[in-house]
Design a protein around this ligand. Structure first.
Ligand code: GLC
Length: 579
């Protein structure tokens, strides 16, 4: 840093670092026309609500035309809006409503795969010359050469390799028309695009530019770990979950594809990008980011999402649900300290259970623990992401039977577990499924205490949780002490405090089993955050931290200790100090 550098240059200030993102899962957000499904006009109706909360960016999960095998992550037409969500004119109205309030819109970019009903796939499966190589098509193997011949093909034929999909079963399905197998890292209705084919990359870049020209403010890039696969598609280690993970993720050409996409599209617009990168590590991450890397702005890492999984990963029905705070701090602190990496700070989203049920206590301390989680999200390094409903402390529910579930990933996992003999029935797995299923975050948003929580006048596509009479937006906004108002104040504080965005991160008491405490420092500005992440009292006794009386900037109890060092913090007490 030279003497002439301005503070802005030094900090590398960016709007997308200073913003708070709110994630909308449109199907479950707000239904404007009574068909029981949330829709785009429903989101537009709530733009004032989002503005009142204080968020800056809306990330809208997929609203494109889709047969909805994976609730829109299976796209049939990238340039059309799904009928159930509205029209392109509705979408344009949403974009203007957000821009009118100085808010921005980022869209989901799902280009590892399309729907099997996309025109590209329909033509590819017919062997149409132009599209024949748009997907991964391979011949099967003779059954006697394959260890595991799941997914039905013609007699005597097994899938081309042993890879399993994230949605359970083989990653290959047989197509009668073409007489070959196609690869799908996710659902069989989500065939993987063949990024090795330059025509695919051209088509994707053209489509991305088409959306950027419409004036959107960026993209969340779905599942980019899968864009490049190992050469020759070799068999994977049968112990990996899913099998082949090491072969179908982070392949040799991933940087080339991302950098090329960046140069052809994002680099030409003032937009932001956040890449979903399951399996990434701090060591790998920087290569994807910034001008010296692939040009991406930020990434969604998963290490803290894996913390409570069993040894066999998220869908291992043994050993799940346990995690320790020291380990959680170690994992997150690695990311916090990596100067060359910018992440999305999140605890939940549409693929995860409810944060207060998972990381807080949704029974004895729902209010306090939900506020503690808000404090964490809004005071760490990275762009904070708030998932719809978390701002009112929505909780997990109980799915009593397999029929009540919607998520194909959960259903696939349950089928695989039962087939493997690790459980006899859903009933054996119910507690586990309730703990981890993606469906927990997909129940309708709870707006008020009227029928169906004010989500719809019709029959909701997915049941509203039975907490809605107490846990709803109307009640929360009417109560100054609510979780909602706490989020609003924490967002406001972040906006006023460059130290919370740009400050260095120092962890205190790393081995403490109850307290997560850190200081953020920017020049002579300091913020100390003390979180008692437990249901018991805890004394904050760090070594050598010279803080006497300090100003409390925000706290989730009325009368927090004013001299934090040496003080006792109550269950799930959270306080932000300035000194
Ligand atoms: C991402 C999405 C998830 C989807 C998957 C396949 O992980 O967040 O919802 O199922 O990609 O597109």
């Amino acid at each position: 840093m030279g003497p002439d550098d301005t503070a802005d240059d030094r900090l590398d200030r960016r709007w997308w670092k200073e913003a708070v993102v709110y994630q909308v899962y449109p199907r479950s957000f707000n239904d404007s026309d009574g068909d029981g499904l949330g829709d785009i006009p429903g989101v537009t109706e709530r733009v004032g609500y989002l503005d009142a909360l204080g968020v800056d960016i809306v990330w809208l999960c997929p609203v494109y035309d889709s047969p909805m095998a994976d609730n829109g992550y299976d796209i049939r037409d990238y340039r059309a809006i799904a009928d159930e969500f509205g029209t392109m004119a509705d979408w344009e109205a949403l974009l203007s409503a957000l821009h009118d309030r100085d808010m921005r819109l980022i869209m989901d970019l799902v280009v590892n795969h399309t729907s099997d009903e996309h025109e590209w796939f329909r033509r590819s499966r017919r062997g149409d010359e132009q599209y024949e190589d748009y997907y991964y098509w391979r011949d099967g193997r003779p059954v006697d050469e394959a260890d595991d011949a799941t997914n039905e093909g013609p007699p005597g034929e097994a899938p081309p390799n042993n890879w399993g999909s994230y949605m359970g079963g083989s990653a290959w399905s047989y197509d009668e028309g073409r007489g070959q197998w196609y690869l799908h890292s996710f659902h069989e209705k989500q065939p993987d695009l063949n990024w090795r084919n330059p025509d695919v990359r051209d088509a994707v870049a053209e489509m991305v530019t088409w959306w950027l020209e419409k004036g959107i403010d960026g993209f969340r890039l779905d599942a980019i770990q899968c864009l490049s696969k190992a050469d020759g598609l070799p068999d994977g280690d049968p112990n990996d979950a899913p099998v082949g993970l090491a072969q179908f993720t982070y392949g040799p050409r991933i940087h080339e594809y991302l950098r090329e996409l960046y140069e052809r599209t994002f680099a030409n617009y003032d937009v932001t990008t956040v890449a979903e990168m399951s399996g990434t590590t701090v060591e790998m991450a920087a290569d994807y980011l910034g001008e010296d890397g692939d040009g991406l702005h930020s990434l969604i890492q998963f290490e803290h999402m894996d913390i409570d999984a069993g040894p066999g990963g998220r869908w291992d029905p043994e050993g799940w649900g346990e995690w320790s705070l020291p380990e959680f701090k170690r994992v997150l602190s690695r990311w916090q300290r990596a100067d060359d990496v910018w992440t999305a700070t999140y605890l939940g989203n549409h693929d995860q259970p409810r944060i207060v049920s998972r990381f807080g206590d949704d029974e004895a301390s729902r209010e306090a623990s939900a506020k503690l989680l808000a404090t964490f999200l809004l005071t760490t390094r990275g762009t904070p992401y708030v998932y719809q409903g978390d701002e009112i402390g929505m909780t997990n529910t109980d799915f009593e039977t397999l029929d009540e579930l919607d998520d194909p990933m959960t259903v696939g996992a349950v089928e695989d577990i039962i087939e493997s003999g690790a459980a006899d029935s859903y009933e054996d797995l119910r507690a586990f499924v309730n703990y981890t299923t993606r469906d927990q975050s997909r129940t309708p948003m709870q707006w008020d205490d009227s029928a169906n929580a004010g989500f719809t006048d019709g029959d909701p596509w997915f049941p509203v949780t039975d907490t809605y009479r107490e846990v709803n937006v109307a009640a929360a906004r009417a109560d100054e002490d609510s979780i909602w108002h706490y989020y609003r104040r924490a967002i406001e504080l972040r906006h006023e405090s460059p130290v919370l965005v740009y400050g260095d991160y120092d962890l205190h008491v790393p081995d403490d089993e109850q307290l997560f405490a850190y200081t953020r420092t920017l020049d002579d500005e300091r913020a100390l955050v003390v979180l008692n992440w437990s249901g018991e009292r805890a004394t904050f006794d760090p070594d050598g931290l010279g803080v006497g009386d300090a100003r409390v900037a925000l706290a989730n109890y009325d009368d927090p200790p004013t001299a934090p060092v040496g003080s006792e913090f109550r269950p799930y007490e959270a306080a932000i100090y300035r000194y």
